[in-house]
Design a protein around this ligand. Sequence first.
Ligand SMILES: [Fe+2]
Length: 276
Amino acid sequence: MDRIPLEDNVEDVVGKVLRGRKLKPEDVASRAGVELPKLKALLAGEFDEATARAVAPVLDLGADALVALGQRSWYPADPGEIDGLACFNTPYGDMFVNAFLAWDPATKEAAAFDTGSDCAPALALARERGLNVTHVFLTHTHPDHIADLAALTAGTGAPAYVSHLEPTGDARAVKEGDVWRLGALTVRAIATSGHTKGGTTFFVTGLARPLAAVGDAMFAGSMGGGNVSYEDALRNNVEKLLALPDETLILPGHGPVASIGEQKQHNPFFTAASRN
Ligand SMILES: [Fe+2]
């Protein structure tokens, strides 16, 4: 798989906790016993290990994982090719967004997860492999994830599916626990709200490894901003996604794929001393 950069840096992670918990840098600096200018420098992208280690426990972040992020010493292991999975990383403004196809290699029944900014590469691969895309699952309705929805549903003839809490166009409503079968694949909806109110993870079994199309609920080494509720986002991640088998590959909306096992060891949001 392509080695696309991690989505978030230390300043992104620390900023997400401050915004999510409505913490003031002044208070965090004083509780961590660091000078405010040092915390401000960290937030401006100047990594410094001592400051990161001091603020981590105050923010309920894992210090070692935060430092590894700052030192760029961790990157998820390459899972290699998975028969029945393809990843698409397309530019959207000044960022990149992911979309995925998963299919039963025997029956060629396929599902798309989000659209990317341009679904042409996914449509081309489906054509090349003779796939029959029967479902377009949407993790949430932020514009970067559904940017090419009209072309994807028109190009595949497949209906879209989205949380009942985030209706869009004529997409069919999804609730937690809904299950679909596509050949040997089983897809199950897990509600992972917090980044958005209807954020949904689609958990796929039937390939060499379980897959979880998480949207922006979780990134390799980070998580999406808790725009609706930081506490819900964190709790859903911990209680629902980290409970999936360790070998599960998360397919995030941004950044590289990673396993649930790796998230438990290397994601600063899940490795705080208080959690162990
Ligand atoms: Fe998003």
